[in-house]
Ligand binder design. Structure first.
Ligand SMILES: [Zn+2]
Length: 318
């Protein structure tokens, strides 16, 4: 039986939380594979703490991502999940064995730049240098091509459209740097909340925006990170179910430090920065495991690589 999309949509936007959950439970879920991505960076490298932790001091802080990654890789193996890991060049230099282990387990390795500098703070030539440095480090470790890029803190915006040509010129095949909600809406970059092609001088770049729930015209960010930790699981669940009913893959993201409640505390940061970073860290792993059990996940390559065309498609391939 095909689910009544109109009815499901109406209940999602107008009914109570219980009614909405009930309506979706009764429908027959579409068997859609969603995208799982991890931004592989350390706890002290986040934009949120940039004002109080200098890059020149990074060497002084203990590395913790490797231990968390072992836990995540075990969970992914147990549930047969493949993910895309957007990795900082700085991190890859310190964990080459881990990067190879991730790749050998069937996951996709992509670039998150070199040292988490925001795109908006760089000139095109500075961006190019960071991009090529990170790509080179990863490709040396893997002995295979790196196809995807994600800008630190989704800092790719209307004013930095030149990023498209820089990525194409450097041989990247896809980008996932747009989180289309609230002040992060990027109308010039992507006209929809869904995968699209961004035209460049030498071709098109496949763009995969992070998922939002359209709640009566308001885009609610359900894709992961601090929003996943803050929002009730029910909202995340409904958002993904709704996308899947529309035969769309949800695109999700997480960071290793979000599953590490024992990480050192950055006491000099502002109250808001600390709230954003530490909120619900202690319960996040169990929430994440629930998500992994409730939905299917795979990497960008698994979901969007079109074998016949030899490129990343904007239509799901599985
Ligand atoms: Zn990041």
């Amino acid at each position: 039986m095909t689910p009544d999309l109109k009815n499901v949509d109406k209940l999602i936007t107008t009914g109570s939380v219980d009614q909405r959950a009930d309506a979706l439970q009764k429908g027959k879920p579409a068997t859609i594979t969603n995208v799982m991505s991890i931004d592989l960076e350390e706890w002290f490298q986040v934009t949120n703490f940039e004002k109080v932790i200098n890059r020149s001091d990074w060497e002084r802080y203990p590395l913790r991502a490797s231990n968390v990654m072992s836990i995540l890789l075990d969970i992914f193996a147990e549930h047969n999940v493949r993910a895309t890991f957007f990795t900082l060049g700085w991190v890859a230099q310190r964990y080459p064995k881990l990067i190879r282990r991730i790749h050998q387990a069937g996951h996709e390795i992509a670039s998150h730049g070199y040292d988490h500098r925001l795109v908006t703070t760089m000139t095109p030539s500075e961006f190019r240098a960071q991009l090529l440095q990170s790509k080179d480090i990863l490709e040396q470790i893997l002995s295979s091509a790196v196809n995807g890029y994600r800008a630190p803190s989704y800092s790719f915006c209307n004013d930095t459209y030149w990023v498209v040509d820089e990525l194409l010129e450097a041989g990247f095949l896809f980008d996932s740097s747009i989180f289309p909600f609230g002040p992060r809406r990027h109308p010039k970059l992507c006209v929809s909340r869904f995968p699209c092609l961004l035209p460049g001088k030498k071709g098109d770049l496949a763009e995969y925006p992070l998922s939002t729930l359209d709640w009566g015209g308001l885009n609610v960010p359900i894709a992961g990170g601090g929003y996943f930790r803050l929002l009730p699981y029910n909202i995340i669940w409904m958002g993904i179910r709704r996308l899947n009913y529309q035969r769309k893959a949800a695109i999700m993201y997480f960071h290793p430090w979000e599953f590490d409640p024992g990480q050192p505390r950055v006491t000099q940061a502002s109250w808001l920065s600390k709230f954003r970073h530490y909120n619900n860290l202690d319960v996040n792993l169990s929430k994440f495991q629930r998500l992994i059990k409730d939905f299917r996940f795979a990497s960008f390559k698994n979901v969007f690589w079109n074998k016949e065309k030899g490129k990343y498609d904007i239509q799901s391939q599985i």
